[in-house]
Design a protein. Structure first.
Length: 228
């Protein structure tokens, strides 16, 4: 899928295309415990490049500092599609978490691609909320938090967050093989193709799809990826 970019505004001027953008900020869970941080960085960059080729972005995902990355999207659906793609392609070796915020954005330095604004502040607040929720036993599977803007329709933020919480629980509870199957299904591969890749029978894949609720996860991710 081709990337969609907007022309940057002059420094200090609110981007006319950024009145209702969605910013994604993410990072790697427990990255300091990684035995090879250089290999981790290389893997993260490679997967980010892959996702950037699949998902339309105003500002494609890029690693900013250490293991943190961010991007800017025109719709919540595009931002969530990027989250899903990153998580499934990095799992199970690399665990990631996300914060998403909707709002206005501002170009501070067009030359260096530095932006600011309520959407960035909301995304930062959201990922901090993700970390806080994941630190508690009852919400330890939390990996994605969305902070809506005041312009979001009443109840949309609550509904989206509820769906994301359920997805995080499902995906966080999957075995390595089931996660691979889910990733294949999200890439549009058939169960027979996935079975061949895994050297298992198609019936074994079908059983996991039914038992682990993978079909529901695919439908939910697909629907969320179409959000305006």
């Amino acid at each position: 899928m081709s990337q969609k970019k907007t022309q940057a505004s002059p420094p200090g001027v609110t981007d006319p295309h950024g009145a209702d953008d969605v910013v994604l900020i993410g990072d790697v869970v427990a990255s300091r415990r990684a035995p090879d941080r250089l290999a981790l960085h290389d893997t993260l960059v490679r997967v980010i490049e892959h996702v950037n080729g699949d998902v339309t972005a105003l500002d494609p995902l890029v690693v900013t500092v250490g293991d943190e990355f961010q991007g800017r999207f025109a719709t919540l659906g595009d931002a969530l599609a990027a989250c899903f793609g990153l998580r499934l392609r990095l799992a199970p070796a690399v665990d990631v978490r996300f914060g998403l915020g909707r709002g206005a954005t501002q170009t501070l330095d067009a030359r260096h691609g530095i932006h600011d604004g309520p959407a960035y502040w909301a995304a930062r607040s959201a990922i901090e909320r993700t970390k806080e929720r994941a630190s508690r036993a009852q919400t330890r599977t939390a990996r994605t938090t969305y902070e809506p803007s005041e312009e979001d329709a009443l109840g949309v933020g609550v509904a989206v967050q509820s769906a994301l919480d359920c997805l995080d629980l499902v995906v966080g509870s999957l075995s390595t093989q089931s996660t691979t199957i889910l990733g294949g299904l999200m890439d549009g591969r058939t169960q027979h193709e996935i079975a061949a890749d895994l050297a298992v029978s198609p019936s074994a894949v079908s059983q996991r799809v039914r038992r682990d609720g993978l079909g529901v996860a695919v439908d939910t991710m697909t629907s969320l990826s179409r959000m305006p």
